[in-house]
Design a protein around this ligand. Structure first.
Ligand SMILES: C[S@@+](CC[C@H](N)C(=O)[O-])C[C@H]1O[C@@H](n2cnc3c(N)ncnc32)[C@H](O)[C@@H]1O
Length: 257
C-alpha cells in the first residue's frame, strides 16, 4: 500500500501540505465554530458526544493520561471533559494551529486560563505537530482525534506516532467524515461538494477552505482501507462505527504491542 495523506491544492510534498493546512486553519479560526455548527446543523455536537461516550470507562479514571490531538477550538475536548471526574489529571489538548488552539484554550484551559471553574476538570493546551509529538513513548491511555486526522500529511506516520505514545493496551479513537454510499450518498455528495462550499464562502469569506473540505474527504481512505492501515500500524480490535448514515464515523483500536 502506498503512503497516503492530505493533498491541499498546490502542495508539492508533505511539508508544504502540512504548512498549507496549518495556515488554512489559522485563517478560518475566528469563524470556525460558527461555520461548523451551521454546516452540520449542530449534528457535530452529537458526534463529539458519542465519541466521548465510547471512551467513558477510561475517561472516568482520574489518573488516565489522555491526548486530544488536532483539538482545534476544543469542542471534542469539552465533550471529553464532561466525563472526567473532579480533580482528574488534565487532558492534553494539542494542535499545530496557534489561532485554533488559542480559542480552544479559552474554553478548556485551567481556571484563570480558560472558562473552567475551580475544581472542574480541565485540559492543558499544547502547540504541537501530530506527526512529531513532544510526548514520552508508551505514556498515554487514550489518544483521540476529531476531524483532524484526515488533515495529516501522512496517515501511516500519524498512526505510528500515536502508537508510539500509547501504552500497551492504550486506546485510539479517530472521528472523521466519510462518504456514504447509495442514494443518500449521492444526495449528500451534492450538499457536501456544492452547497457546503457555497455557504462556507458566504460566511467565511474565502473559497479555499470549503473546497478543501470535500476534497480532503474524497481523498481520505474509505473505512476498509483505513482499518487496514490501523492494523498494519499495530492496532488490535480495529473497527469503524458509522455515525448518521456513515456521513461520519469513529475508528477505534488498541495498541497491541
Ligand atoms: C477540522 S479541525 C478539528 C478541530 C476539533 N477537533 C473539532 O472536532 O472541531 C482540524 C484541526 O486539526 C489541526 N491539525 C491538522 N493537522 C495537524 C497536525 N499535523 N498537527 C497538529 N494539528 C493538526 C488543525 O490545525 C485543526 O485545528
Amino acid at each position: 500500500m502506498t503512503t497516503t495523506g492530505t493533498k491541499p491544492a498546490g502542495a508539492k510534498d508533505e511539508a508544504s501540505a502540512a504548512k498549507a493546512v496549518q495556515q488554512m486553519f489559522d485563517s478560518i479560526a475566528p469563524r470556525y465554530d460558527l461555520l461548523n455548527h451551521v454546516l452540520s446543523a449542530n449534528v457535530d455536537r452529537l458526534w463529539w458526544w458519542r465519541a466521548a461516550r465510547r471512551f467513558r470507562a477510561v475517561l472516568a479514571d482520574p489518573d488516565a493520561a489522555i491526548l486530544d490531538i488536532c483539538c482545534g477550538t476544543g469542542d471534542m475536548t469539552m465533550a471529553l471533559l464532561k466525563r472526567r471526574p473532579r480533580g482528574a489529571r488534565p487532558i492534553v489538548a494539542a494542535d499545530f494551529s496557534h489561532e485554533m488552539l488559542a480559542r480552544g484554550a479559552k474554553k478548556f484551559g485551567a481556571p484563570g486560563v480558560g472558562a473552567r471553574a475551580a475544581g472542574e476538570p480541565y485540559a492543558m493546551p499544547l502547540e504541537a505537530d501530530a506527526l512529531h509529538l513532544p510526548i514520552e513513548s508508551a505514556s498515554l491511555d487514550l489518544v483521540i482525534s476529531a476531524f483532524g486526522f484526515r488533515n495529516l500529511a501522512n496517515y501511516e506516520a500519524g498512526l505510528r506516532e500515536f502508537h508510539r505514545v500509547l501504552k500497551q493496551g492504550g486506546q485510539l479513537g479517530i472521528l472523521d467524515f466519510s462518504e456514504p454510499g447509495g442514494l443518500l450518498g449521492k444526495a449528500y455528495a451534492v450538499y457536501f461538494r456544492r452547497v457546503l462550499p457555497a455557504i462556507g464562502r458566504a460566511i467565511g469569506g474565502k473559497a479555499g477552505p470549503y473546497n478543501y473540505l470535500p476534497a480532503s474527504v474524497g481523498n481520505f481512505p474509505p473505512p476498509a482501507e483505513m482499518l487496514a492501515l490501523m492494523r498494519g500500524a499495530g492496532y488490535a480490535e480495529a473497527v469503524w462505527q458509522p455515525y448518521t448514515f456513515g456521513i461520519a464515523g469513529l475508528y477505534t483500536g488498541a495498541r497491541a504491542l
